[in-house]
Design a protein around this ligand. Structure first.
Ligand SMILES: *[C@@H]1O[C@H](CO)[C@@H](O)[C@H](O)[C@H]1NC(C)=O
Ligand SMILES: *[C@@H]1O[C@H](CO)[C@@H](O)[C@H](O)[C@H]1NC(C)=O
Length: 584
């Protein structure tokens, strides 16, 4: 036969096939089945060749074997019924019925055995928890797993299974209150105690040691604002609380013991944040309609404002008012919205702008307030006519003046501004005196264009109109009277005796005429006025100065004494008087 081992021999005389040595099927074929050995037989005389096969049959000569004789399991008492724990399989080199067929488990109150077959036909067992373990009742279990083959008699193997029942930390911590309540003022400083939570745990050792913490779903904001002492359960303020942001915190906390499978209890802390008047009102000026024309009707809206206060209730209840004594008022038709209106008439000439102080005050205790200034400008309206410093002017001009001289400055002002105060001067009734007077349109200087003659016209009356540039324009009339004052430019003129000749005037006075007799009266006139026309008469020259006198003011010539015969020099002789008329 091939191979090294000669399992078979032959009896050379009888031809019996003999087993040479012990044949181990498991060694030859392992799990292969059937297991056979082939051989050739040579017969001599005559020479013949035969072949044959010997099938090696299995006998149950092997025990099942577990990889180890001891197995250890740790199972928590909290494991629920139905849980499965696979066990190590035993091996049996035999085949067929002689191979491993089943497992058995020693009797026990908790576990059953479930034998499963793999695809390759091999079997394994699982422990199935039928009744939950209780460590407090039984700390450990010792089971025996038996593997059995199907031989006859069957062979078996055993493994000791030691089960430790693990403590399940079955007492969770318990809070002495499920909800804690606290209230904290919003400006409470960091570190202030809010609440102290407390839980107990009946377990001993680590299973009874409690650690306090925030529940896992606690928002980051809460963790920023509050700190929890994990050992004492003291909840303290850590950040800056703000009522306006959050009024109530619902904080979920947990107490956890230090067990391997820790027990957990939850509680809730309701932290009410109490409002403190920590926010001043804020005034927002939405729009300002400035400048306001000075003729704006009372009730004209000048500005819109709103007030806000982040606080609540009274702390956020805001009143708004303006400083008194100005023609403005504040009204509110909608909570926290105000309109600033004009209340009375405005006059830019009295107040060109108002710095309006708006005070907003909340109703907290103590109240907080805010101040806002609104500058309202009043724009000009042409509501003022030009004003002249005088209603009328009397101007005196000496006659024979130089032409083109300024004689008057009509000064006027206008309280308005800009165009409304831009004044222009014109002469009214220009046609009458247009050739005589002219006014500078811009500065109101009145010029006399020609030389005047008192003897021609003494008085000129005219109107100067001062007009502003507003729309419509306003004007003021100023009356101007120009008086031409006299210059002594006219000599007295003799009317009587008639001065048409240069001849001497002759009158006859009889001798014996007493003293005081009016001989004649010289009448002279003077075109000038006043003193300039006040004529005085004097005797310049006389043949006999003792004979006649002249009335200084009336030009009457009187006899100074009685005339005698001998006063007449001769018949043809005359007394000659030479008179002088002179003005004042
Ligand atoms: C308005 O008055 C306030 C207080 O007197 C002052 O501080 C502010 O500068 C004034 N505003 C203007 C524009 O004059
Ligand atoms: C100024 O005088 C003119 C002419 O007499 C007249 O028409 C006008 O109404 C007067 N204006 C005023 C403001 O008195």
């Amino acid at each position: 036969s091939g191979g090294n081992k000669k399992y078979f021999g032959v009896d050379l005389t009888s031809g019996a096939l003999l087993v040479n040595e012990r044949i181990d099927r498991e060694e030859l074929c392992g799990a292969l089945s059937p297991c056979s050995l082939s051989f050739e037989i040579v017969v001599e005389n005559p020479l013949e060749l035969y072949s044959g096969t010997v099938e090696i049959q299995d006998i149950n000569d092997n025990d099942p074997v577990f990889p180890s004789s001891q197995a250890r399991l740790e199972i928590s008492e909290s494991v629920a019924a139905g849980a499965r724990f696979p066990l190590e399989s035993a091996q049996d080199p035999d085949v067929g019925i002689n191979s491993l067929q089943t497992y058995q488990l020693s009797a026990n109150p908790n576990f059953a055995l479930d034998v499963q077959t793999r695809v390759d036909g091999s079997k394994y067992a699982e422990l199935v928890l039928e009744k939950e373990l209780d460590r407090e009742e039984q700390r450990e279990l010792n089971l025996v797993l038996t593997a059995l083959d199907g031989g006859s008699p069957p062979r078996s193997a055993h493994v000791q299974i030691h089960i430790d029942v693990v403590d399940a930390n079955d007492n969770a911590p318990v809070f002495n209150q499920s909800t804690y309540k606290a209230s904290v003022r919003e400006n409470t400083p960091s570190g202030t105690l809010v609440a102290r939570i407390s839980a107990y745990d009946l377990d001993d050792g680590p299973n009874g040691d409690i650690i306090y913490s925030f529940s896992s779903h606690t928002p980051a904001k809460v963790r920023e604002l509050f700190a929890l002492d994990s050992a004492t359960g003291e909840l303290r303020v850590k950040g800056q609380l703000d009522y306006e942001e959050t009024k109530l915190y619902e904080i979920y906390l947990q107490a956890k013991d230090k067990g391997a499978v820790p027990g957990v209890a939850h509680c809730k802390v309701l932290v009410e944040v109490v409002d403190v008047n920590d926010n001043a009102p804020e005034v927002t000026v939405t729009s300002v309609y400035s400048p306001v024309p000075e003729d704006a009707a009372p009730g004209t809206v000048v500005a819109l404002l709103s007030v806000t206060d982040l606080d609540s209730h009274d702390n956020g209840l805001v009143n708004c008012f303006i400083s008194p004594g100005i023609p403005f008022m504040l009204s509110s038709s909608l909570k926290n919205y105000y309109t600033l209106k004009t209340e009375g008439a405005l006059d830019r000439e009295k107040a060109a702008e108002y710095n309006i102080t708006i005070t907003a005050k909340d109703s907290g205790s103590p109240p907080l307030s805010a101040v806002k200034h609104i500058l309202v400008q009043v724009s000009d309206v042409n509501d003022n006519a030009p004003r002249s410093s005088q209603d009328s002017y009397d101007v005196y001009v000496l006659e024979n003046n130089m032409p083109g001289i300024p004689i008057l400055n009509v000064s006027a002002t206008d309280p308005d501004v800009g165009r409304n105060a831009h004044l222009s001067y014109t002469l009214l009734g220009d046609t009458t005196f247009g050739h005589l007077f002219s006014i500078n349109r811009d500065n109101g200087t009145l010029y006399l264009l020609t030389s005047l003659d008192h003897e021609d016209q003494v008085e000129f009356n005219m109107m100067v109109q001062v007009q502003d540039g507003g729309f419509p324009p306003l004007a003021t009339n100023v009356s101007v009277s120009v008086f031409v004052t006299d210059l002594n430019d006219n000599a007295p003129m003799v009317l009587y005796p008639h001065p048409n000749t240069t001849a001497t005037y002759t009158d006859v006075v009889a001798p014996g005429t007493p003293a005081g007799h009016m001989v004649t009266k010289v009448v002279a006139v003077d075109a000038d006025a006043g003193y300039n026309a006040w004529i005085s008469y004097t005797l310049l020259q006389a043949t006999d100065p003792s004979l006649f006198s002249v009335g200084l003011h009336n030009g009457e010539i009187f006899t100074a004494r009685q005339l005698r015969e001998d006063d007449a020099p001769d018949v043809h002789q005359c007394h000659h008087l030479h008179l002088c008329g002179r003005d004042g």
